[in-house]
Design a protein around this ligand. Structure first.
Ligand code: NAP
Length: 243
């Protein structure tokens, strides 16, 4: 059994997931950097390890059971437990859609990506997390799915724009509450985090989005909570925010 805490991050070949892996590795965590394209995940893991770190690449597509179960088995065989799960994989920020006209196919795809994927991975990893004395689950949600958002995004502030994404993230935050409630006596701390508007795309910072390191730090805060930390909440930068 490893003394170092063991973390799994989904959708980590780039963007916030990659930076979360980098920051957790710098804190001494052994990290499973997962992605649906193993070659990309391997390249990303190598990049972090070059500067020191214990990062393993693992294939994991949150959209189906097969690779999720294989990843769980790989972690079980290697370490026998999991201390941190970061459900980061997600997307489809559909600013090109309106609630009244978005196709149901697109909505279904987005719910699968942003809600069902995290749900599926959590169920698969739960036996491993229950073997940890200090387990944490972080669901990477968004203020876009909040009723009240102190920054520019939110269910009402955005009007009909980004319907599939917004509703999927509201649901992900709700899933967080349901999990935390059911597992309240397990010792697992389960929270949703909004990383804030983060420049994970070219030109983002010029538009006002914040650096990726800052958005990732918001997630890492919830992944590294002390045992008396909160559970079932929605946070940005360590501050509880309404949803
Ligand atoms: N950036 C922001 O301003 C912001 C704000 C609030 C919340 N968030 C949330 O933060 C998370 C990360 O966002 P980001 O900005 O870093 O996005 P990103 O750069 O587009 O990265 C998204 C990651 O998710 C992966 N992914 C998508 N579907 C997947 C699947 N089925 N299985 C496995 N991986 C999958 C992608 O993999 P591929 O490379 O294979 O496509 C990619 O690695 C998302 O959940 C997003 O909604 C972002």
């Amino acid at each position: 059994m490893s003394e170092q805490p063991i973390a799994l991050v989904t959708g980590a070949n780039r963007g916030l997931g990659f930076e979360v892996c980098r920051q957790l590795a710098a804190k001494g965590y052994t990290v499973f950097l997962s992605g649906r394209d193993l070659a990309k995940a391997e390249a990303s893991a190598t990049e972090i390890n070059k500067n020191g770190g214990t990062v393993f690449a693992v294939a994991l597509d949150t959209g189906g059971d097969v690779s999720v179960k294989e990843a769980a088995n790989a972690i079980l065989e290697k370490f026998g437990r999991l201390d941190v799960l970061v459900n980061n994989a997600g997307g489809n920020f559909d600013t090109h859609n309106l609630t009244t006209t978005v196709s149901m196919e697109y909505v279904r795809e987005t719910l699968e990506m942003n809600l069902m994927g995290a749900w599926r991975v959590t169920q698969a990893m739960l036996p491993l997390l229950l073997k940890s004395a200090h387990a944490r689950i972080v669901n990477v949600s968004s203020g876009a799915g909040a009723f009240e958002s102190p920054i520019g995004f939110g269910l009402q502030k955005m009007g009909g724009v980004a319907p599939a994404y917004s509703v999927s993230k509201t649901a992900l935050t709700a899933l967080t509450v349901k999990l935390a409630t059911e597992l309240k006596d397990s010792g697992i701390l389960i929270n949703a985090v909004c990383p804030g508007w983060t420049a994970t795309y070219p030109g983002g910072e010029a538009q006002g989005a914040r650096p990726v390191a800052d958005g990732a730090a918001s997630i890492v805060w919830a992944a590294t909570l002390p045992d008396d930390g909160p559970s079932g909440g929605f946070f940005r930068d360590g501050q509880r925010i309404p949803w």
